[in-house]
Structures are given as structure tokens and as C-alpha cells.
Write a protein that binds this ligand. Structure first.
Ligand code: COA
Length: 328
């Protein structure tokens, strides 16, 4: 069983941080950031909580889908940067959007979150006859977790949200979800309030001792090596399932982490960059929101059209990775 994407909606904060803006607090320059990452600017949440961005994006998606919120049976919020340990942001968004008949929960698969969320929603729709529509919203405020003293990581991330309303259909759909937990310490942020209790000079090493704080820690080189292989591997796995070759895919939407990762992965996959949707220049890395934001923008611009086959491929902290091939 596949899905039909009925409506997409986004919310990005008004505040924009350009590469030059970083010069105010770290030793960097526009040229370094552009050439190493492909990023020119990113949106930064100001007063908006993360759930608020998700709610705004969801309201647009519901409106575009042309459905009533009461008919939504499931709300999944994909986030690695929740406002709360509890409740789930999905519960808050469920209430705020009027999806009163939905069950609601969060998924944290970091930058692969939307892939995990969309695939999970599809499985719910498949197994629950009474469920008509699902709302999957990816919402992230990386700026609240980034260490603005770490110049190699703080320049990468941006904030934003994107939501989609789906229904079941008999269209093409295949997925691959994976995780390599051995690399969990390469990209991590401790839960707030846990950090002060952690004594990193003890014998006990939980694998995260390089990061005693709740700010984001990143081993950029290890993450890079993982990402350039994860993307082609995930597509190959889906290809094995569907028999579809890369030439039969109209568009590839990779997680927008770094233009150099996307370019290297496109070479490894043997697919020209013309087929890759790239939005990293104006959004930066918005974690789980990056793939749906790129999808939404391409649909709005008329680049992606109904009937086309698209491959969504994510990778990120966990280390999680995975992809979905579907007909739009
Ligand atoms: N501005 C200027 N110089 C910077 C800088 C910045 N913002 N950040 C780092 N540098 C410097 C370093 O200090 C280093 O200087 P040195 O040689 O004098 O020590 C030099 O640039 C090279 O640093 P390095 O860390 O080797 O750069 P890199 O080529 O590996 O690029 C990343 C760094 C983070 C861009 C790259 O590793 C990367 O993209 N990794 C993947 C990160 C990612 O995508 N994470 C999210 C995945 S979901």
C-alpha cells in the first residue's frame, strides 16, 4: 500500500542569519562557509517555540489538503529538538490544529526523522481500516541546541517546520529504515538538566564523554564519512525491493546537510546533480524538516509534478539513515 500526499505546508521563522552575521561571534567568513557547506543563510527561531512552527506548518498542510482536521486519525511530530521532555509536541499540535480524533506521538530519528515518520504513518494507515488521514510534521529549532562557540558546527544548522497530510492509496511506495548505533557519540546533545550530574572524570564512559553538555557535539569528519555512504546504500536497498533503477527516478531529495555530501553521494550513486533537489543555500541543515521543506518548495515551484517518482533519503544522528521512493 502506498500513500497520496494531499497537502504540504511550511513555516520558517522570519529571522534570517547570513554567513556574515556569524562574524559577530566566531572567527569565520562567508567564503569558508559557502565553499565547505553550500550554505548562504538560514532561518533562526526567535520567539517561536518549535511546536508553534509545527502547528503553523500543519494548518497550511491541512488547508491545502482540503480536509477537516477532525478526520485526521494520527499526528506524528518528527523532532530532535522538542520543547519538552513531555508532553510530546504531537499532542500539542493535535490540540492546536483541532485534530481531536487523532492519536499523537513524537518520533526522534534526528535528520532521518521525516523518513521514519512518513513510513510509520503509512504503516498505521495500512493496518487501521478506520484511519483516513495522517498528519506528519517535522519541526526543528537547532539554534537552541547548537554550540555557538563551535565554529565547525554552528554554521551548519537552521530552524523551520514542514508538514504533510497523507491518505492511503495504491501508488508506488517503498522504504528502507536503518540505524548504526555504534556512531551515536559522533553527533549528540545530552538532555538538559542531565548534564550537570555527569562526571566525565569517572571510570564510567557511556560513549558520550566528549560532550558533557546539552549543546550539540559533532565529529564532522566521521559524520561526513557516514553520510556519503548512507545515501547511496539506502537507495540501493530500495532498488532491490522495487526493481526500480536510478534512471527511473525523476527526483532525488536528500537530507540537506552539506552540498559536498550531496555532490559526493550523487557521484557514488552515478546520478547527475541535475536530478537532486538542493535548498541548503537558503535553509541550512534543518534536521528532520529539511527533506519535506525541499519537497514543499519543489512542488510549489512546479518542479515536482504529480505522477513523478521521487526518492527521499535521510541520514543523521543515531546514526540513522533511510529512504522512501514514492509516486508524488
Ligand atoms: N570558519 C572558518 N574556518 C573554520 C570553520 C568556520 N566556520 N570551521 C572550521 N574551520 C577551520 C578549522 O578550525 C580547521 O582549521 P585548522 O586547519 O587551522 O585546524 C579548518 O577549518 C578545517 O577544519 P575541518 O574540520 O577539517 O573542516 P572540514 O573540511 O572537515 O569541514 C565540516 C567541516 C563540518 C563542514 C565537515 O566536516 C562536514 O560537513 N561534516 C558533516 C557535518 C554534517 O553534515 N552534520 C550533520 C549531519 S546530519
Amino acid at each position: 500500500m502506498g500513500i497520496n500526499i494531499l497537502g504540504l505546508g511550511k513555516y520558517v521563522p522570519e529571522q534570517v542569519l547570513t554567513n556574515d552575521d556569524f562574524k559577530r561571534f566566531i572567527d569565520t567568513d562567508d567564503e569558508w562557509i559557502r565553499t565547505r557547506t553550500g550554505i548562504c543563510e538560514r532561518h533562526m527561531a526567535g520567539w517561536e517555540p518549535t511546536w508553534y512552527m509545527g502547528k503553523e506548518a500543519s494548518l497550511v498542510a491541512i488547508k491545502k489538503a482540503g480536509i477537516s482536521p477532525e478526520d485526521i486519525g494520527l499526528v506524528i511530530s518528527c523532532t530532535a529538538t522538542s520543547d519538552f521532555h513531555t508532553p510530546s509536541m504531537a499532542s500539542v499540535i493535535q490540540h492546536e490544529t483541532g485534530a481531536v480524533n487523532a492519536c499523537a506521538f513524537d518520533i526522534n530519528a534526528a535528520c532521518t526523522g521525516f523518513i521514519y515518520g512518513l513510513d510509520t504513518a503509512r504503516r498505521f494507515l495500512e493496518t487501521d481500516e478506520s484511519m483516513k488521514y495522517a498528519l506528519v510534521v517535522a519541526n526543528e529549532s537547532l539554534s537552541r541546541f547548537v554550540d555557538f562557540k563551535d565554529r565547525a558546527s554552528c554554521i551548519l544548522f537552521g530552524d523551520g517546520a514542514c508538514a504533510c497530510v497523507i491518505e492511503k492509496s495504491d501508488k508506488l511506495f517503498a522504504s528502507h529504515l536503518a540505524s548504526d548505533g555504534s556512531g551515536a557519540g559522533y553527533l549528540c546533545a545530552r538532555a538538559l538538566d542531565v548534564a550537570p550530574e555527569v562526571k566525565i572524570d569517572k571510570d564510567f564512559d557511556d560513549g558520550f564523554t566528549k560532550n558533557p553538555l546539552h549543546k550539540l557535539y559533532q565529529n564532522g569528519k566521521e559524520v561526513y564519512k557516514f553520510a556519503v555512504n548512507a545515501l547511496p546504500e539506502s537507495f540501493e536497498r530500495i532498488s532491490e525491493k522495487t526493481g526500480l533503477t536510478k534512471d527511473e527516478i525523476d527526483w532525488f531529495i536528500p537530507h540537506q546537510a552539506n552540498i559536498r555530501i550531496i555532490e559526493t553521494a550523487s557521484k557514488k550513486l552515478g546520478v547527475l546533480m541535475d536530478k537532486f533537489i538542493v535548498t541548503i543555500d537558503h535553509y541550512g541543515n534543518t534536521s528532520s524538516a529539511s527533506i519535506p521543506l525541499a519537497l514543499e518548495e519543489s512542488v510549489e515551484k512546479g518542479i515536482i509534478k504529480r505522477g513523478q517518482k521521487i526518492a527521499l533519503i535521510g541520514f543523521g544522528a543515531g546514526l540513522t539513515y533511510g529512504g522512501i521512493v514514492l509516486e508524488y
